[in-house]
Write a protein that binds this ligand. Structure first.
Ligand SMILES: Cc1cc2nc3c(=O)[nH]c(=O)nc-3n(C[C@H](O)[C@H](O)[C@H](O)COP(=O)(O)OP(=O)(O)OC[C@H]3O[C@@H](n4cnc5c(N)ncnc54)[C@H](O)[C@@H]3O)c2cc1C
Length: 429
C-alpha cells in the first residue's frame, strides 16, 4: 500500500480551475467518507476525497492543550464498545479503556450532588431508558409520550427528559420511542468506553494514510447521469463515474451541497433527518481540577462537563436546549463562570484563561451534533441511504439513523457499506 499521504491544503488550489478525472469521488473526509475511501482505494480504484474543512475528521475534533497536556475532545467524546470498528482501524495497541471509577455528579436545583441521588427512592434515568428499550410502545410514540404514560413522578420525568436530551441531542417530545429502541437493538459495537492514543483525531488520520484527500475543497454541486458525475468543487471541476456523498443530510437540506439531479424523495428524506443541536467547548481555568469527574447538569443549562485531576481544562458537551445556553455563555463569558461554579464548586475562585468552542449547531458543514431517530421521520434514513442510478451513493452516520447508535461506529460502518455497493456496481460495469 502506498503510504504517501497526498493531502493538498494550499490556498492557490482553490483559485486554479482544474479538470480532474477519477473513478470515485468521495465528498467529506469524516469517519464515513474516509472508511469508504480506504476500502475502495485498497481494492485498487482511483479515489479522490474532497473535504470542505482544512482538517480531517468532520465531527471528530481533538484539542491539544498549549502545555502539551493530554488531548481533549470537542466532537465525538469516546469510542463506544469493545466491538467498535475503531479498534480494527487503529489497532488494539492504540486503544485504551476509560476508567470506570470516575466520580459522577449532577447539578440539581442549582446544587452539585453525587449522581447516585438520581436513583435514591426513585427510578434513575438510565433504568428508565433501559425500560424504554425493552418495551418502547407503538410506532409514532414519542419518548415524551412514553415517559408520561408510565406513571412516573414529575421528578423522574424531569430527570429522564434531561438524560434523553443530553444522550440523544433532541427533546423527548421529538424523539421516537420505538426508534430509540431499534437503534439500541441494532447497535453492533458492544459495551465499554474507550479512547485512542493521541486523541480521536488519530482515527481519521490513520484512515487517510495514503489516500488522495483534498482539504479546503468544498463540493458545491454534483450533477449526474447514469455512470457519470460532474462535480463543481473549490478546486475546479471533477468528473468521476461514481460519487459517494457523506455530508450530513442537513448540509444538503440547507443548500451547502447542491444535488439537483436527485429525485424529490431524497431531498424530502434530508429534511426529515435534522441533526440535534450541540455546542461544545474546552474552558481552561487558572487552576487545576482536584478530581477527575463527569457532571451532568439536570437543570438543563450545561449538559455534560468533564474535568481531569491535575488539569485546568473543563470540557463542556451540551446538546438540545442546553446547547443554546452554552452558546450564549461562550459569547458572554460573564455568564460562563457562574455556570461552571455551580457545576464544579472547586472552580469558585478561578478565572477563565481560554475558551475553545466547537459550535456544531451553527456550523454549516455539520448543521448539528448527530441524528437521533425522530417521531414521524419514518423511513427517512433508508431513503437517504438508497443509491441513485447506481451512480450517487450515500454514507454517513445519518444513513444508519434508527438502525444503530448515532455515533462513530455507525459512521464507519456506513462508509464500508457504501464501498460494498460501489464495488458491486463497478464489478458489473
Ligand atoms: C458533540 C458531539 C458528541 C459526540 N459524541 C460521540 C461519542 O462520544 N462517541 C461517538 O462514537 N460519536 C459521538 N458523536 C458522533 C460522531 O462524531 C459522528 O457520528 C461521526 O463523527 C459522524 O461521521 P460522519 O463521517 O458521518 O460525518 P462528519 O464527521 O460530519 O463528516 C462529514 C464531512 O463532510 C464535510 N463536508 C460538509 N459539506 C461539505 C461539502 N459541501 N463539500 C465537501 N465536504 C463537506 C464536513 O466538513 C465533514 O468533514 C458526537 C458528535 C458530536 C457533535
Amino acid at each position: 500500500m502506498d503510504h504517501v499521504c497526498a493531502y493538498t491544503n494550499r490556498p492557490e488550489d482553490t483559485d486554479r480551475k482544474t479538470l480532474m478525472e477519477t473513478d470515485i469521488l468521495v465528498i467529506g473526509a469524516g469517519a464515513a467518507g474516509l472508511s469508504c475511501a480506504r476500502r475502495l482505494h485498497d481494492q485498487g480504484l482511483s479515489v479522490v476525497v474532497h473535504e470542505a474543512r482544512r482538517r480531517l475528521g468532520g465531527r471528530i475534533r481533538s484539542h491539544h492543550p498549549d502545555d502539551g497536556g493530554p488531548p481533549l475532545e470537542l466532537g465525538a467524546q469516546v469510542v463506544h464498545g469493545d466491538r467498535n470498528p475503531v479498534h480494527a482501524f487503529v489497532g488494539a495497541e492504540r486503544v485504551r479503556q476509560l476508567p470506570r471509577d470516575t466520580a459522577a455528579h449532577v447539578v440539581r436545583d442549582g446544587t452539585a450532588q453525587d449522581m447516585a441521588v438520581l436513583g435514591r427512592g426513585r427510578r434513575a434515568p438510565w433504568q428508565i431508558e433501559a425500560q424504554l428499550h425493552a418495551a418502547p410502545g407503538p410506532a409514532g410514540l414519542s419518548v415524551g409520550g412514553w415517559l408520561r404514560g408510565r406513571g412516573l413522578s414529575e421528578a423522574e420525568i424531569a430527570a429522564s427528559s434531561e438524560w434523553f436530551r443530553q444522550n440523544w441531542a433532541a427533546d423527548p417530545d421529538r424523539l421516537s420511542a420505538p426508534g430509540l429502541a431499534a437503534a439500541q437493538r441494532g447497535d453492533l459495537c458492544g459495551s465499554g468506553e474507550y479512547t485512542v492514543d493521541g486523541g480521536l483525531a488519530a482515527v481519521p488520520a490513520l484512515l487517510a494514510e495514503g489516500l488522495d484527500v483534498r482539504l479546503g475543497s468544498p463540493v458545491h454541486e454534483v450533477r449526474h447521469r447514469p455512470g457519470h458525475i460532474t462535480a463543481h468543487t473549490g478546486a475546479g471541476t471533477v468528473t468521476a463515474t461514481v460519487a459517494v456523498v457523506t455530508v450530513p443530510p442537513t448540509v444538503v437540506a440547507s443548500g451547502g451541497l447542491r444535488l439537483p439531479d436527485l429525485p424529490a424523495a431524497k431531498h424530502d428524506a434530508a429534511l426529515r433527518l435534522p441533526l440535534g443541536d450541540a455546542c461544545c467547548a474546552v474552558v481552561t481555568l487558572d487552576r487545576p481540577a482536584p478530581e477527575s469527574a463527569v457532571t451532568l447538569d439536570m437543570d438543563g443549562r450545561t449538559g455534560f462537563l468533564r474535568a481531569t485531576a491535575g488539569r485546568p481544562e473543563i470540557v463542556i458537551v451540551a446538546k438540545a436546549a442546553a446547547a443554546a445556553t452554552v452558546r450564549a455563555a461562550i459569547a458572554d463569558q460573564e455568564l460562563l463562570l457562574p455556570m461552571l461554579r455551580t457545576a464544579l464548586p472547586w472552580a469558585a475562585n478561578s478565572r477563565i484563561v481560554q475558551v475553545t468552542p466547537a459550535d456544531w449547531g451553527t456550523d454549516p458543514l455539520s448543521g448539528g451534533g448527530f441524528s437521533a431517530p425522530l417521531a414521524g421521520a419514518g423511513t427517512a434514513a433508508s431513503a437517504w441511504a438508497e443509491p441513485v442510478d447506481d451512480t450517487v451513493f450515500f454514507a454517513g452516520e445519518a444513513t444508519r439513523c434508527g438502525k444503530g447508535l448515532p455515533w462513530l461506529g455507525s459512521a464507519l460502518l456506513s462508509g464500508e457499506l457504501a464501498a460494498e455497493q460501489v464495488l458491486e456496481v463497478v464489478g458489473r460495469r
